[in-house]
Design a protein around this ligand. Structure first.
Ligand SMILES: *[C@@H]1O[C@H](CO)[C@@H](O)[C@H](O)[C@H]1NC(C)=O
Length: 287
């Protein structure tokens, strides 16, 4: 009886029991920015931190229209952000995309880290053809008119079609072909062995401590395990600088359809099963 009433209280008061998943601290690093997505359920993310993108962007043959609706993009009230693609009765798609107001410059001579803790929804792969969640960085120069991919793009995490294979990719140089072999980019993948539910920590770290640009690196990790390393030596110095001496904006979105995942099909479902959920995003630098 006693036990039972405790459980009932817990069920009624989840807000009191949920504590935010805080970004970890790392020896030698200082956290310089973070968002833990605190706030009331069904409210938009902080507009001090994020610009909500709306409309049809006409990129990569994607289908979705980005919306600021809190049905597509909202705080959960349990210290996380959910981005939920939705299919309307005519078969059209809406979804959410936010881009950081701030931008960050990897520091010369130092290490700079951008990290997020993210999961994808638990829909089966049969219902997720075309679903394309992403946590990525776009060179701020893009906003000022520098063409893609010359502006630089670093995809910390991309998922497609509900498959538990993460893609970490750099885009650079010229399209098509060029030093990053566009449109593929230079990257790697990791199979993380489950389709859903579990949050994982996804990180990119620039290591610019080596004075020799060709020995500098950018590393991609899942749960602190490296799955891709790009070094200056794999590119030329001018291109390397576009990925290491430019400021970047952080982007969180769920696209639907497009060149990377292929089009959604009649079995593709919107809603919670196809969401991306984010517990925090943080930026760190060594001193
Ligand atoms: C991290 O986020 C919390 C909550 O918004 C804020 O109070 C704190 O100042 C942030 N820390 C840094 C280093 O940005």
């Amino acid at each position: 009886m006693y036990t039972k009433s405790i459980i009932a209280a817990a069920a009624i008061l989840p807000g009191l029991l949920v504590s935010a998943t805080q970004p970890p601290s790392y020896p030698g690093f200082t956290m310089i920015w973070n968002d833990t997505f605190a706030g009331a359920a069904n409210t938009p993310p902080s507009d001090k931190n994020w610009k909500t993108i709306t409309g049809y962007l006409n990129q990569n043959s994607e289908s979705e229209v980005y919306s600021s609706s809190t049905k597509n993009l909202f705080l959960t009230g349990s210290n996380s952000l959910q981005i939920v693609p939705l299919k309307d009765s005519a078969g059209g798609w809406t979804s959410g995309r936010i881009e950081s107001v701030g931008s960050w410059l990897p520091t010369a001579g130092q290490k700079t880290r951008i990290e997020g803790r993210i999961r994808q929804g638990d829909g089966s792969t049969a219902t997720k053809q075309g679903i394309w969640p992403a946590f990525w960085l776009l060179g701020t120069a893009y906003r000022a008119g520098t063409k893609w991919p010359e502006c630089g793009e670093l995809d910390i995490l991309e998922l497609r079609n509900g498959v538990p294979t993460a893609f970490g990719t750099a885009h650079c140089g010229t399209y098509p072909g060029g030093p990053c072999n566009e449109p593929n980019g230079k990257g790697s993948t990791i199979n993380f062995g489950e389709t859903s539910l579990a949050f994982h920590t996804w990180t990119i770290t620039w290591d610019l401590t080596n004075k020799d640009w060709s020995s500098q690196s950018i590393q991609w990790t899942i749960d602190h395990t490296v799955f891709f390393t790009l070094t200056g030596a794999q590119l030329d110095q001018t291109t390397w600088r576009t990925l290491t001496a430019n400021t970047f904006n952080i982007i969180l979105n769920v696209a639907v359809g497009g060149d990377f995942p292929g089009a959604a099909n009649s079995a593709t479902q919107g809603g919670t099963g196809s969401l991306m959920e984010v517990q925090y995003v943080a930026v760190y630098m060594t001193k």
